[in-house]
Ligand binder design. Structure first.
Ligand SMILES: [Fe+2]
Length: 156
């Protein structure tokens, strides 16, 4: 049954916050990945890729905050340490020394990972009757799938 945050049990909140922290960590790592490539991309596709990567990291930066502040609304702890985020994230950081096509491929993989993480988060939230987190996660999954499509289109 759907419930407002105050009615959600402490154990349910813990499970949802754990899944939210996973989402925050991967969103933060993906933000840096997109900004890293925004800086270091080269080649004839520089202009549009530089702009697309900026659109992505700006979106992700806002999303980090939305996800972390949902944890706070649930009275959980928002993990804010980069070292811990990198440790738990299924998306890895990158040295940025690759051609544009490899950057697009790496960002595509990151968007697909994030979409899957957000679908997983929505399922955890649904299991615990947390409709508001579910809504946030579904919106994020949709955005990551849209970015995945845009990146995939470059590789065809
Ligand atoms: Fe810039």
């Amino acid at each position: 049954m759907a419930q407002a945050s105050a009615q959600i049990s402490p154990s349910a909140r813990e499970a949802v916050c754990e899944a939210l922290n996973q989402g925050v960590a991967e969103t933060v790592v993906a933000t840096m990945l997109a900004q890293n490539f925004h800086w270091n991309v080269t080649g004839m596709g520089f202009g549009p890729l530089h702009t697309l990567f900026q659109t992505m990291y700006e979106d992700h930066f806002v999303a980090q905050d939305d996800l972390a502040e949902r944890i706070k609304a649930l009275d959980g702890h928002a993990e804010g340490q980069l070292s811990a985020m990198l440790k738990r994230s299924k998306i890895a950081e990158h040295d940025g020394h690759v051609k544009a096509e490899a950057m697009v491929a790496a960002l595509l993989a990151a968007q697909e990972t994030l979409a899957a993480t957000m679908v997983g988060l929505s399922a955890v939230a649904e299991d615990h009757g947390d409709l508001l987190t579910q809504d946030l996660a579904i919106g994020r999954a949709r955005t990551h799938e849209k970015f995945a499509w845009m990146l995939r289109a470059h590789l065809r």
